[in-house]
Design a protein around this ligand. Sequence first.
Ligand SMILES: NC(=O)c1ccc[n+]([C@@H]2O[C@H](COP(=O)([O-])OP(=O)(O)OC[C@H]3O[C@@H](n4cnc5c(N)ncnc54)[C@H](OP(=O)(O)O)[C@@H]3O)[C@@H](O)[C@H]2O)c1
Length: 306
Amino acid sequence: MKIVITGSNGLLGQKLLYLLKNRKEVEIFALARGENRLPADKGYTYEAVDIGEEKEVEQVMAKIQPDVIINTAAMTNVDICESKREECWKANVDAVKYLTKAAEKYNSHLIHVSTDFIFDGNPNAKRERYLEDDFPNPVNYYGDSKLAAESIVKKSNCKWAIARTSLVYGIGVNMSRTNIVLWAKGELEKGKQINVVDDQFRSPTLVEDLAQACVLIADKQADGVFHISGRNYMSIYDMALQIAEFYNFDPSLVKSVNTGALKQAAVRPPKTGFIIDKACSVLGYHPHSFEEGIMILDHQMKIMPK
Ligand SMILES: NC(=O)c1ccc[n+]([C@@H]2O[C@H](COP(=O)([O-])OP(=O)(O)OC[C@H]3O[C@@H](n4cnc5c(N)ncnc54)[C@H](OP(=O)(O)O)[C@@H]3O)[C@@H](O)[C@H]2O)c1
C-alpha cells in the first residue's frame, strides 16, 4: 500500500510519518515544501512539492499513484491567512482541488484534515460543542478557506474522509510554529507573565491522538466527516493554568484577558468544542485527557536531542 503524507515537515505530518514508516506493508511518501527538515530519512521517500502548484502535484501523483493521500499541509497561521489571502487560498483550497483530482484519477482514499474554525463558535448557541453535521459559518479567512476545501472534497468522486480537529499541541523537529503547551511552558519557566484569553473555549488535541485517528481512518477505509479532538473542553486560560500547575510555576503569572485585548488580525470563534462520539464508536478513537497529554509531551521534551 502506498501512502502519501502532505505537509510532512509540519507537526501532524511528522507524527504520521513516525507512526507509519515502520509498517512493513506500507510504502510512505513524504511531501513537503523545499528541504526535508526531519533528520531520519529511512523508511520513507521524500518528495519536495509545493501542493499549491498543479503541475507539481500532477507529476508526483502520476509517479506514486497512491492508495491513500493524507493531506495535513495547509497555511495554518490564522492571522497571516488574513493578510496573505492569495497564498492562503492556494495552499488551503487550490491544493485540495489538485489532490482530489489525483485521488479520483488513481482511485486513492483522500483523508483531508480540517478545522473547528469552520464554525462561528457562537457563545450563545444551545449546544457549546459541535457535531459533524452542524452548520458551518467561518468568522475568518482561514476558516473560509478550510470550509471551501471541505466542500471540494465532499463534491469529489473519490473515496474521502475529513478529519476536523481543534487546537493541536505537541512537539516536533524544526517546527515552524508553536502551540499552547510549548508557548506557556517556555514563557512561564523564564518567569514571564502571560496574557491568556478566558473567553475562547476549545477541545485541545494531542498531536499523537490526531495522527492515530488519521491512521484509523486509513486502516478502516472510513469515509465521511469525523470530529477528532481531546475529550476536555476548556478555556485557553484554564489550559495555561493547568500547564502552570503541572510544572509548579507561579499561577499568578497567568493573567486572564479577553479576546479584544489581544488585537489579533483574525477574528476568533469564541466556543468551538467537539462532540467526538462518532470517531470513538466508528473508528475506535480513544484520545488522552489534556493532563495526560501534558505528561506525554513533557516526557518527549526530556528525551528529545537538544
Ligand atoms: N495546529 C492546530 O491547532 C490546528 C487546529 C485545527 C486544524 N488544524 C489543521 O491540521 C492540519 C495540520 O496542522 P499542523 O498543526 O501540523 O500545522 P503545521 O505544523 O503548520 O503544518 C502544516 C504544514 O503544511 C506545509 N505547507 C503549507 N503550505 C504548503 C504548500 N503550499 N506546499 C507544501 N506544504 C505546505 C507547511 O510547510 P512549512 O513548514 O514549510 O511552512 C507546514 O509544514 C492542517 O490542515 C490544519 O489546518 C490544525
